[in-house]
Design a protein around this ligand. Structure first.
Ligand code: PEP
Ligand code: MG
Length: 954
């Protein structure tokens, strides 16, 4: 039986068979009516003289397109064309270009006039190559798969329809041609289910627990075979026929119309559904997360079906040319016997590892292994591909650059250079900068994990360690995470609907599904820790419980997962530093022998070679400096001196200073602060080993430092020996309505120059001490929140005056400079004037964003999420520089600053300094360095190198 199915497409593809092909009976039998928009335009199509090309065919070793045409053909379409061109076994098909998608949305969901004719011609070409006819009710009919294909892959976010072209007549033809009734009716059952769901919208309604088609299927199985779990592939042809009747009745009941039997009408519906799915909720969420512009649109691919479900000599699989979790160069993937591709991806049955195929179908395995090598040599990147084996013959359905974890990205990039597949510049460009921190992600504490109890094992799908409270539903996971809880999302299997919950969770755990299920794929890309297919877990969504070996875990209980080993632990386990951090920061000899450590160090060396900008760090303590330097920072870009007073009793001295009512009282308090500051600065200079330190003078938003609670006030009153009422009165006097726009930044030093003088003295004395010990201090004193040149002038005068004094007292010279932050729009707009005094600028993009957008940096949580959702802002402007608004001011400041002072040093120290897109923008406008928190330094270095290499290439 299976043999006949196998022969159908092959036999049909012979020239003799092609010549004997009858005219298109189905098209004649079911003449197309001008009803759907696609059809309406068909009439016009014939009258259009020279229409644009919308449809690109491939097959029989030829292709209209190629792998470079991703913007037009989408990733899938371009690579199908490319695989066709290089002689890989790809079933014939065509791509409807992304231009049609753009047209579709620009023209109220209608199509260009020429499209229908081009689609008909595309089907004609498939028919010719495959030797089968669309809608043929007499012989093996052409069935097609209709799939989306955006420029960047968006796994599972859009719609797919398989087995299209089946109806009550063609299914009989398929049955007859293959002599395999179960296969034929199984295809029909799948088609109605998929089409009904995706195109006709027969989906779960509010209050329903399951998808309606699934309910019909499960009810039938229960009625016929009892309540035991029966796999779908055990259903007989007769079972399937009854189920199909019930499916059709369901469609009629839910839509009021019969299931469409005309294959052309089916095709129109499917194409529209795929274009329509570009704007579905999950695709929009995905695009937002991965910064994919809505304007790109998706292509639609229509391809001849090949069948992995004809019997036990057939199957479908998803494979990677290297392990996407670890990056190891092994043939990695999984397959299901007697199944169509969707079964593997959807995680409905847990598939077998691809290595098993070597035992079960050695010939097919050998062919796949050959293809794996061809793909890597041709595409020069790790590939993620889908294949179908139809009666022993391998077909390729897709290939794309595989999503991988940060760890794998680093390993693959560095090893491919060693193998001579790519050069080091390509390797640097290959590692997504925002994934690099996965290499730094925590692992379980070695001692704690030894004592922990493994309760289940699954597949290691996303490496790293995560502990969290378990949640069984995406919405509740999001809610809990919003309350700052650490969350593990636990699902039987995840579907793309769970995306929001996956984003919010620390880790993802599923009971079913393999390493290429959507859960695993998406988790890996997001760098989430993920264990999937842990079969011992029994999840009850209704009761909100998870049962493992009789032990019940409720929603909110703690579990821990190790996505590197695939293990699930009861309770919470402490996490510890990654190999890279142990090696670099903790100098651990064992960690330094590790592969990840070595690859990481290699990558960073290449970054150093490729970069133009340098990377500094925002650090307030010697320890932070030490960490940042270990990651390759070359100085401090921002020390927030007010942060040095957060610890212990220091805050009291600071409060005393703020609350002082007279110069004497303030100077008394300042005298207490001076030794702290001097000691801290010395520690920093010592740690920096000659690298520069930008020290920002006090910028304390008063509300952060005032003793606001009654207890704090009483405590301070006691320490200062004054009545608490006095403190309360002073706090009341100093209260501000808008503290972020109030008495802060240089305003403090202008009103009380003695504060600036104390800080300058602390810096210079510490520098003198450091120099004496041979540490070569290089302080760069930075005045905050400057909008007027005069503000800076007044402060700089104080600084120089103190410098003169200290240098004379200590009989030494100190290598220092004075500059300013550019963090209010007026500062940027008058940068030419300010640069007459400032020797350097550092963009304080936190405040610059706040003041340019008029959005409070501390209160934007309430209105920014809807702003992002509505795409008023593309990304959170406090995380990624708003290039059009804030960026414009930065450009002005750079230009004006350089006009006045050609060699002015330019940097950034706002939080954006560690965010890859912002770092790239800083490179583009010509900054000299970016500064970010210590653990973001590697990310910033990589982004900076990528920006420089990309600019050079241009
Ligand atoms: C800034 O405003 O970007 C900045 C670095 O200063 P702070 O965050 O301390 O206000
Ligand atoms: Mg600021």
């Amino acid at each position: 039986m299976a043999k006949k199915a196998a022969r159908a497409p092959k036999r049909s593809a012979t020239p003799a068979r092609r010549a004997a092909r009858p005219s298109t009976p189905a098209r004649k039998a079911a003449p197309r009516k001008a009803t759907a928009p696609l059809r309406k335009s068909a009439a016009r199509a014939t009258t259009t003289a020279k229409a644009a090309k919308y449809v690109y065919s491939w097959g029989a070793g030829k292709a209209d397109g190629n792998g470079t045409m991703k913007p037009l053909l989408g990733g899938k379409g371009a690579n199908l064309a490319e695989m066709g061109r290089i002689g890989l076994p790809v079933p014939a098909g065509f791509t409807i270009s992304t231009e049609v998608c753009t047209y579709y949305y620009d023209n109220k969901r209608t199509y260009p006039a020429a499209l229908q004719a081009q689609i008909a011609a595309g089907i004609g070409k498939i028919e010719k190559i495959m030797g089968v006819t669309f809608g043929d009710a007499t012989r093996f009919p052409l069935l097609v798969a209709v799939r989306s294909g955006a420029r960047d892959s968006m796994p599972g976010m859009m719609d797919t329809i398989l087995n299209l072209g089946l109806n009550d007549e063609t299914v009989i033809a398929l049955e007859r041609a293959t002599q395999n009734p179960r296969f034929a009716w199984d295809c029909y059952r799948r088609f109605i289910q998929m089409y009904g769901d995706v195109v006709l919208g027969v989906q779960k309604r509010a209050g329903e627990d399951h998808e309606p088609f699934e309910t019909v299927l499960e009810t039938y199985k229960d009625e016929t075979y009892g309540n035991g779990h029966l796999e779908d592939n055990k259903l007989t042809a007769d079972d399937l026929k009854t189920i199909i009747d019930r499916f059709k009745a369901l469609v009629k009941e839910r839509t009021g119309k019969a299931f469409p039997s005309d294959p052309w009408q089916q095709l129109e519906g499917a194409v529209s559904a795929v274009f329509g799915s570009w704007m579905n909720d999950r695709a929009i969420v995905y695009r937002r997360k991965y910064n994919i512009p809505a304007e790109w649109g998706t292509a639609v691919n229509v391809q001849a079906m090949v069948f992995g479900n004809t019997g036990d000599e057939s199957g479908s699989g998803v494979a990677f040319t290297r392990d996407p979790a670890t990056g190891e160069k092994v043939f990695y993937g999984e397959f299901l016997l007697n199944a169509q591709g969707e079964d593997v991806v959807a995680g409905v049955r847990t598939p077998e590892a691809v290595a098993e195929l070597a035992k079960q179908m050695p010939k097919a395995y050998k062919e796949l292994d050959r293809i794996r090598k061809v793909l890597e040599t041709h595409f020069k990147d790790m590939q993620d591909f889908e294949f179908t084996i139809q009666d022993g013959t391998v077909y390729m359905l897709q290939t794309r650059n595989g999503k991988r974890t940060g760890v794998a990205a680093v390993r693959i990039a560095t090893e491919m250079v060693k193998e001579g597949l790519i050069d080091w510049k390509t390797a640097v460009m290959r590692v997504p900068a925002d994934q690099l921190d996965q290499v730094l992600a925590p692992i379980f504490d070695r001692v704690a994990v030894k004592k922990a109890n493994v309760i289940a094992r699954g597949l290691p799908a996303g490496p790293g360690a995560a502990s969290g409270e378990i949640y069984f539903n995406a919405d509740r996971a999001v809610e809990a995470a919003a309350k700052d809880k650490k969350v593990l999302l636990v699902r039987v299997e995840t579907s793309p609907e769970d995306l929001r919950g996956m984003i919010a969770a620390e880790g993802i755990l599923t009971a079913r599904g393999g390493v290429s299920s959507h859960a695993a794929l998406v988790a890996r890309q997001m760098g989430k820790v993920c264990v999937c297919g842990a079969a011992a877990l029994h999840v009850d969504y209704n009761k909100r419980t998870l049962t493992v070996d009789g032990t019940v875990y409720n929603e909110g209980d703690w579990l821990s997962i190790d996505g590197t080993a695939g293990e699930v632990y009861a309770g919470r386990i402490e996490t510890g530093a990654s190999e890279v951090i142990q090696g670099l920061v903790e100098n651990d000899a064992e960690a330094k022998k590790g592969r990840t450590f070595k690859n990481f160090v290699q990558l960073m060396k290449w970054c150093a070679e490729g970069t133009r900008m340098t990377v500094r760090t925002n650090a307030d303590t010697p320890e932070q400096v030490r960490n940042a330097l270990a990651f390759g920072a070359v100085g401090i870009g921002l020390t927030r001196t007010e942060h040095m007073f957060f610890e212990g009793d220091r805050i009291d001295a600071m409060r005393e200073m703020i609350l002082a009512e007279s110069l004497e009282a303030r100077q008394e308090a300042l005298a207490k602060l001076l030794p702290y500051q001097r000691e801290d600065f010395f520690g920093i200079f010592k740690e920096l080993k000659g690298y520069p330190a930008t020290i920002r003078f006090l910028d304390p938003p008063l509300h952060e430092f005032l003793p606001n609670s009654g207890d704090q006030q009483k405590d301070l009153a006691k320490k200062l020996g004054i009545p608490v009422e006095k403190i309360q009165q002073r706090v009341h006097d100093l209260h501000e309505f808008n503290p972020m726009l109030g008495f802060r930044g240089c305003r403090l030093g202008i009103r009380y120059p003695e504060i600036t003088a104390m800080q300058a003295r602390a810096v210079f004395e510490a520098a003198a001490d450091a120099n004496k010990k041979g540490y070569k201090a290089k302080p760069e004193i930075m005045i905050p929140l400057v909008g007027f040149k005069k503000e800076l002038d007044l402060q700089v005068e104080v600084v120089h005056e103190v410098a003169r004094k200290v240098q004379a007292e200590r009989k030494t010279t100190i290598n220092y400079s004075v500059g300013t932050m550019i963090e209010v729009p007026r500062g940027a707009l008058t940068a030419d004037e300010i640069a007459q005094t400032a020797e350097f600028f550092s963009f304080g993009t936190n405040d610059l964003t706040q003041t340019t957008l008029g959005m409070s940096r501390d209160d934007s949580g309430s209105f920014l999420p809807p702003y992002e959702e509505l795409e008023i802002v593309k990304k959170n402007p406090f995380a990624t520089i708003d290039q059009t608004g804030v960026g414009a001011l930065m450009r002005i400041a750079v230009e004006k600053g350089r006009q006045t002072r050609k060699d002015i040093k330019l940097g950034i120290c706002g939080e954006h300094g560690g965010e890859p897109d912002s770092v790239k923008f800083c490179d583009a406008i010509g900054l000299d360095y970016v500064s970010c928190s210590p653990f973001r330094v590697p990310v910033a270095r990589l982004a900076a190198a990528q920006a420089a290499l990309a600019a050079k290439k241009k």
